[in-house]
Design a protein around this ligand. Sequence first.
Ligand SMILES: [Fe+2]
Ligand SMILES: [Fe+2]
Length: 478
Amino acid sequence: MRINQAGTPPSKSISLVWNLLFSRWWTGHCRGDTEYRAFSMQLPLRRQIRPTLSHPAALPCSQTVHLPRKSSRVAAQAAAVTEQAARDVAATQHSNGHQSTANGTGNGNGNGYGGGHQTSAKHGREGPIILNGQILHNISSERLDVIHSMDDVLENNILPILKDTNKIWQPQDFLPDSSSDTFLDEVAELRKRAECLPDSYLVVLVGDMITEEALPTYMAMLNTLDGVRDETGAAPTPWGRWTRQWTSEENRHGDLMNKYCYLTGRVNMRAIEVTIQNLITSGMDPKTENNPYLGFIYTSFQERATKISHGNTASHATQYGDKVLGKICAAIAGDEARHEKAYIKIVDELFKRDPNGAVIAFNDMMKKQIVMPAHLMNDGQHGQGRNLFKDFSAVAQATRTYTGQDYVNIMKFLIKHWDIETRTGLSSEAQEAQEQVCNLLTRFQKLTDRQARMAGKRKEEDINFSWIFNRPLSVRPM
Ligand SMILES: [Fe+2]
Ligand SMILES: [Fe+2]
């Protein structure tokens, strides 16, 4: 959903209208925010380069820069994947006046987000790895220990939230039985029901379905996270089992939505399939930097967003007259609610065991904004100069399926749930993060209010979506 990150604008299920609403403001904010000091990283190199990287376009996409810690000159050379990237890094090093140290402890006090160590050394490299403006593998060894200490929690409190395969619903429970003599009659009934669904609803339903269908990307994303990744593909660790079982539950969502959409006859399945293939090919970039703290804050947010979106498509389908589709979307929303609960519990543990690190990580993710998983969607034919995700998001906003206010509400919910505002006993760096994220919420709310006031003044535009055979849809641009 972060359109200013990779050139285009995630949920897995959702339209992240939010980024679209805030990208212009955010770009200016990041460029001018001198207070944004790498969320108080302890790593000296991080202190040096982060200000340059605060804007996602600081390094061109697909550039990887390895920064050796022992020499800024060598660092600059290594960073010179392009002349511009080298200039960015060298300029930042100069302006900060810090030299990196061999042990990576720098001048921090050990309470910051990155702690006093760099795991990059464990990966056989000498410094942080910068890719697409992110520092990879940035979790400290201390914080990795926190993650490793949570096996029991996973085993006893988190894994049980997932359901037994033999007791959970399957797509077939909601679909006509193709082995039955009444199959064709059941399909005819389904198609009759689906006639009541307006094009705007179909666009949102399809966008959500496409997002769910890019599940391989989301499993891959979880397996980028240090300390929790499934190292073999069938690792018996609680984290590995969680990721596979979560994925297997999620897999039912796209499967069911895809089959239902196909049977309605109302949508262009080939255009949809092309969009799914393109989206999986493009991937996503949630900016979680291999860090499970960031990763699980991201998923906590994202699952809640998904729950809201599917919950709204459920009630809208029922209102239009398709009660079966209403039950389908509600069942999916129910899964998302369980997943949200699990991810939030994981982060609850981080707040218990390492409140400083958790607050700083939360602030970091909120500053970067939560990108929606489908922000790189592309059908290969959407109107010239238009952005498919942006237009899909505009329809989601217009139909009140997922809105900028929903984004703010999720942020507000998490701030309250994790007691961010009134939490005491934090390090100075965490206090700074605490204050920043609370201020950020206020700013986002104001901006959302202003967007809402301005929305009515914009003229509607006709937008053609290949997913509905290019039937024009009148949408107020965002
Ligand atoms: Fe899902
Ligand atoms: Fe989900």
